[in-house]
Write a protein that binds this ligand. Structure first.
Ligand SMILES: Cc1cc2nc3c(=O)[nH]c(=O)nc-3n(C[C@H](O)[C@H](O)[C@H](O)COP(=O)(O)O)c2cc1C
Length: 208
């Protein structure tokens, strides 16, 4: 993504483009967070409409949206297959900032998933095959045995990407920025658009 326009932290509410503002805040979070500035809580809903939430790592991001990778057979994978919509929130404690994202979810292309999978450490690749994410597991040994089996299976050459492991892209229709201010008079700005193909956003300040 292109270098973000420079904004001082104090006047982020003047920004007109949420992806650029995200880039600026993310760059600052990478400097100040002790770990995982790209960690975000990802909310989905199950078949009963009951929300579910867990942490994932933001991987790629561009004007199309925010991508994370996971196992499609996991709880989140199954929930997204049934209801392809999600919300995510970043909380950068060191900056006292929050960014919320909401939108429909699509899977990334096979080429994108293959490229990222190929860039991962070999042990992570093996883990993606070995872990039946979110399924009941008898004991730790079951995972270790699965890792040993996959390691033997792919002893030579590259480990291919499992079909059950891919990326999901949240295509935001709403991105909200929140910055702590004294006496709980926080700054909140929400950018919204009717659909994720639009490039124009409406910007609204909200009471904190
Ligand atoms: C900081 C952090 C980052 C994580 N990143 C991912 C991730 O990128 N992908 C993933 O599948 N699980 C990730 N996890 C594990 C998930 O939180 C979760 O335990 C797992 O994906 C199963 O969730 P589910 O049963 O709701 O599908 C991460 C956990 C933490 C604490």
């Amino acid at each position: 993504m292109e270098a973000p326009e420079q904004l001082t932290s104090g006047d982020f509410t003047a920004s007109m483009e949420p992806f650029l503002l995200f880039e600026e805040w993310f760059a600052e979070a990478k400097e100040s967070e002790p770990n995982d500035p790209h960690a975000m809580a990802l909310a989905t809903v199950d078949a009963d409409g009951l929300p579910d939430v867990r942490m994932v790592l933001l991987n790629q991001r561009d004007a199309r949206g925010f991508v994370f990778f996971t196992n499609t057979g996991s709880a989140k994978g199954r929930e997204l297959a049934a209801v392809p919509k999600a919300a995510a929130v970043f909380h950068w404690k060191s900056l006292r900032r929050q960014v919320r994202v909401r939108g429909a979810v699509e899977t990334v292309s096979d080429a994108e998933a293959d490229a990222y999978f190929a860039s991962r450490p070999r042990l992570s690749q093996i883990g993606a095959w070995a872990s039946q994410q979110s399924r009941p597991m008898g004991g730790r040994f079951a995972l270790e045995a699965a890792v040993a089996k996959v390691t033997a299976q792919y002893a030579l050459g590259a480990v291919p990407r499992p079909a059950h492991w891919t990326g999901f892209r949240i295509r935001p229709v709403q991105i909200e920025f929140w910055h702590d201010r004294p006496f709980r008079l926080h700054d909140r700005v929400v950018f919204a658009r009717e659909n994720a193909d639009m490039t124009d956003w409406t910007k609204t300040r909200l009471f904190p």
